[in-house]
Design a binder for this molecule. Structure first.
Ligand code: TRP
Length: 336
């Protein structure tokens, strides 16, 4: 394995990208992929999508939209390896090897699984109601995604930190049994990246239905921004930016100078309508050019498919020899 630092992250293909995804994950990832000292791996976690989404059309559409989004926003596919999980057959293969090194008790402790059990119990249902083996062993598949490429750093949201601890645990057990094959990966959660509030003031999240889609056409984007909740303070009244979702969203898109100016405008009693208009202009200025690229790409899915296939080839250049050595290590070997 090379000495360069490997950064890897996956995006589950169940939804349409929104502003929160852009600010919290996509933009920082694309920026960090330009760092010449690291090798970055970004992939569409479509096997993970199957755990929670049973609508084939939606999984398919989401894969297209997310791939087009990353490409439109300027991901350099020469510098980073951009691929789709299901194009790498070595990943499910590794999942099994890891499953056999993973304590069931470890999976019993997974937050997502436990939450589902608690919900069942509260509803007086059987504790296993609606729980598939996909949900239960989701962290093993995620460990395989990461360990397959011996990633050092894995940028994720805080809700995924436990999965990284599990990946380390599984890797450690495998190494202990079969020799040092895996790097122990670390979760990287960025404290500086603000979680973006949604239109109702809570964290922007698909599960709260308060998102603003990233690629809304201009008019709809303006309309969505105008709907962000504010308090009832009148124009002319000094306002507190740190108490206002509109400011938090503005800050995520603005330069330090623009932020300082906006804070002053709040102190001077800027009207909410005016803040929103300026917010719209900022967001739109940043997204207008990539939006055109996105629209062109989404209408040329074959081009995206081609990019992903090239990425898969490069990923498999790493994965195929590694899985061969792992098979060898566990005793799955040619007989003569
Ligand atoms: N579980 C992650 C999420 O829901 C997505 C994911 C799948 C992932 N495999 C991964 C993230 C590997 C980082 C590394 O956000």
């Amino acid at each position: 394995m090379s000495q360069r630092k490997r950064v890897l992250t996956g995006i589950t293909t169940t939804g349409t990208p929104h502003l929160g995804n852009y600010v919290g994950a996509i933009k920082p990832a694309i920026e960090s992929s330009r760092d010449a000292r690291t090798d970055s791996f970004y992939f569409l976690a479509d096997y993970h999508a199957l755990v929670k989404c049973f609508e084939p059309e939606r999984v398919h559409r989401s894969t297209l939209e997310i791939a087009a989004t990353w490409l439109a926003l300027g991901l350099d596919t020469e510098k980073s390896v951009f691929y789709r999980q299901s194009d790498i057959p070595e990943i499910p293969e590794l999942t099994w090897l890891l499953t056999c090194a993973c304590a069931k008790g470890l999976m019993n402790r997974a937050h997502a699984y436990k939450a589902q059990v608690a919900e069942n119990e509260a509803a007086g249902e059987d504790p296993d109601h609606g729980i598939t083996m996909g949900l239960f062993s989701y962290p093993v598949l995620m460990a395989a995604d990461i360990l397959m490429f011996n990633a050092h750093d894995v940028p994720v949201g805080k809700d995924q930190v436990q999965h990284l601890e599990m990946a380390r645990d599984i890797a450690g057990r495998f190494n202990h049994r079969y020799g040092e094959h895996f790097v122990l990966p670390e979760a990287v959660t960025d404290e500086h990246v603000a979680t973006l509030p949604g239109t109702d003031g809570r964290k922007m999240s698909k599960s709260y239905d308060n998102t603003i889609a990233l690629w809304l056409p201009e008019k709809k984007l303006r309309k969505a921004i105008m709907k962000i909740k504010t308090n009832s303070q009148e124009p002319g009244e000094p306002k507190n930016p740190d108490d206002a979702s509109v400011y938090a969203v503005y800050a995520a898109f603005a330069t330090p100078a623009q932020r300082a100016e906006m804070r002053q405008a709040f102190a001077d009693g800027i009207a909410w309508g005016e803040v929103k208009q300026q917010l719209f202009e900022r967001v739109n200025a940043e997204l207008a050019v990539p939006r055109e690229r996105y629209e062109a790409l989404i209408n040329e899915p074959a081009k995206i498919e081609h990019e992903l296939k090239l990425g898969a080839e490069r990923a498999r250049d790493v994965a195929a020899p590694f899985i061969r050595s792992l098979r060898e290590a566990v005793g799955i070997r040619a007989l003569g």
